[in-house]
Design a protein around this ligand. Structure first.
Ligand code: FES
Length: 200
């Protein structure tokens, strides 16, 4: 990895995805674990890639349970979190407090993420870190407390979202957080900006 956090595509991958090198920016997680806040790191793609709205590749190979990484795509942060089995199982237990537990506002996620987990792979959640009220970046707050089952809290006007990005009832934010188009290039690499099944 270079000093600016950009990971070079391994030589073994070059043949298969050589064409991606001009249109995507590869970002990835590093091994360092932050004690208090479980973000691994976040990086900015090149200005050229941002300007072009290019897809962004995220390396999730080092992401531990409960941790998150952020990547930048089209001027917005995309957050990827890795959920434990317990967190996944608890998703069905909080539905009574949610405004749209079944993702009936279909614009908020692609069809392939319109499911109980709002994801392709239930272990990994991919969201725009962009509050659906006025666009602030909700804070990833996974620690469970007596009155909080984990999720995201918007620092601007207090909107709360669960561990699938589903908004709680009675919040300023009207809808669930957006799942951006994405696809898996492998078990450990997600391409943000291209829908599943479409040519990257
Ligand atoms: S911008 Fe998030 S609650 Fe207002």
């Amino acid at each position: 990895m270079s000093s600016d956090g950009v990971v070079k595509v391994e030589a073994a991958d070059m043949g298969r995805r050589r064409f991606l090198t001009t249109t995507t920016t590869v970002v990835g997680a590093i091994g360092a674990v932050y004690v208090a806040v479980p973000f691994l790191s976040s990086w900015m793609p090149s200005k050229k890639a941002l300007a072009a709205g290019a897809p962004v590749e995220a390396d999730i190979s080092k992401l531990q349970l409960g941790q998150a990484i952020k990547v930048e795509w089209r001027g917005k942060s995309v957050i990827i979190i890795r959920r434990s089995e317990e967190v996944i199982n608890n998703l069905s237990l909080v539905e009574d407090v949610l405004a749209d537990p079944n993702s009936e506002v279909v614009e908020q996620q692609p069809d392939y993420a319109n499911n109980q987990y709002r994801s392709i792979n239930k272990e990994f959640l991919v969201l725009l870190s962009w509050c659906t009220h006025l666009g602030c970046s909700p804070t990833y707050t996974p620690e469970v407390k007596a009155d909080w089952s984990g999720g995201f809290i918007c620092p601007c006007h207090g909107s709360k979202f669960d561990m699938a990005g589903r908004v709680h009832q009675g919040m300023p934010a009207p809808t669930n957080l957006i799942v951006p188009p994405h696809q898996y290039l492998s078990e450990s690499r997600i391409l943000i900006g291209v829908d599943e099944g479409e040519q990257a």
